[in-house]
Design a protein around this ligand. Structure first.
Ligand SMILES: *Cc1c(COP(=O)(O)O)cnc(C)c1O
Length: 368
């Protein structure tokens, strides 16, 4: 059994994807070909934003968002400590300072109460300029944007929504990627909408940010790429990846249903023994991961492995515990909820093409 079965998905969509790739090989516009424009229009439509701008990966998408918001040296960006490294890395890469925030114990997402405390602590010190909150839709569940937006308004901060795992999620019918000032996603193969290599996108309703991001992604271009009006990067989505994503996006609504059906199945058969994930009222998760919490995690994972069921730990190290961030001066105990999560979480196989037999095998193994 695979943790995420990408080969099963390809078998399902093979003829359509093969045709799309062949069409690109035939027309030969490998960079910024027509499929890129077509995909951007469809992504904007699906997410419900004015602009979707594709780029080379989800990490670049965050960097482009930080560039558009003019975040740099002396600026502070609030980031959950329990996330994938790229969320905090891009802030530091922009020469700004990530200020870590503890997690909500029920949703695993950034805790609005701790967020406000950390904002006030930065204000009290008066050393950094508070610029933005980077919220993360961890494991597919959208962050608590209504609460985060209130705090952002109160302290005059921008919101960057890292929806690398959240694509397909919703709050009261509003889709992930449309929250905050600028949102991002990743098309890394294992994400909910993945391509066959690296890819990413930035979403915004703001025309000015969109124009800046389109320029930054091609060497700070003005009229064309040989007219350079600012320092940018080279971060485009390959046309072949866009072609693949067009077919994957067409299949995505059904896949999202399948993921939710699998999550319901897990919930039904595992909730007696485990704390199964909470999806607050009005929220839809895209189930990038199905994550359980157990004191004796290693024991459970060993049992699963014995029975041929793969499981993974996302994430065993918080950002404030990372060697790369040791100079920020955080210590053990600064983020009790996130530290406890890092010690106790483990994730079960989750993908849209798991059959009945595989589902039963996972729940039986987990309950044994
Ligand atoms: C995967 C991921 C990223 C980075 O995406 P890449 O395409 O791998 O660069 C950023 N943030 C989060 C939360 C992620 O899960």
């Amino acid at each position: 059994m695979q943790f995420i079965d990408l080969a099963a998905q390809y078998q399902h969509l093979k003829s359509k994807i093969d045709q799309r790739i062949q069409a690109v090989l035939n027309h030969g516009q490998y960079i910024m070909g027509p499929e890129v424009t077509e995909l951007e229009a469809q992504l904007a439509d699906y997410v419900g934003v004015k602009h979707a701008i594709t780029c080379a990966n989800g990490t670049d998408a965050l960097t482009l968002a930080l560039m558009a918001l003019n975040i740099g040296k002396g600026d502070a960006v609030l980031v959950p400590t329990f996330t994938f490294f790229a969320s905090a890395e891009t802030v530091a890469f922009a020469n700004a300072t990530p200020v870590f925030v503890d997690s909500d114990p029920n949703t695993f997402n950034i805790c609005p109460v701790d967020l406000e405390k950390r904002i006030q602590a930065v204000q009290a010190k008066g050393r950094l300029t508070l610029k933005a909150i980077m919220a993360v839709d961890l494991f597919g569940l959208p962050a608590n944007y209504p609460a985060i937006q209130e705090i952002a308004d109160k302290y005059d901060l921008k919101i960057i929504a890292d929806s690398a795992q959240g694509f397909g999620g919703e709050i009261n019918g509003q889709r992930a990627g449309s929250f905050g000032d600028i949102a991002s996603t990743s098309f890394f193969p294992a994400k909910t909408l993945g391509c066959y290599g690296d890819g990413g996108a930035v979403f915004t309703n703001n025309d000015h940010y969109a124009e800046l991001i389109k320029s930054y992604r091609v060497h700070g271009k003005g009229q064309d790429k040989y007219d350079n009006v600012r320092i940018g990067v080279n971060s485009r989505l390959d046309t072949i990846q866009a072609a693949i994503l067009l077919e994957k996006l067409a299949a995505f609504p059904q896949e999202l249903k399948n993921r939710n059906a699998l999550a319901d199945f897990y919930q039904k058969y595992l909730s007696e023994r485990f704390n199964t994930p909470l999806v607050p009222t009005g929220y839809v998760s895209s189930w990038a991961q199905y994550t359980l919490v157990a004191e004796n995690r290693d024991h459970h994972m060993a049992k699963l492995k014995e029975k041929g069921v793969p499981s993974m730990v996302y994430y065993g190290t918080c950002m404030h515990q990372q060697t790369a961030f040791k100079d920020l001066g955080y210590k053990q105990g600064d983020f009790p909820v996130a530290e406890q999560l890092a010690k106790t979480v483990f994730s079960l196989p989750m993908h849209p093409y798991m059959d009945e037999e595989q589902r039963m095998k996972v729940t039986k193994a987990a309950n044994s």
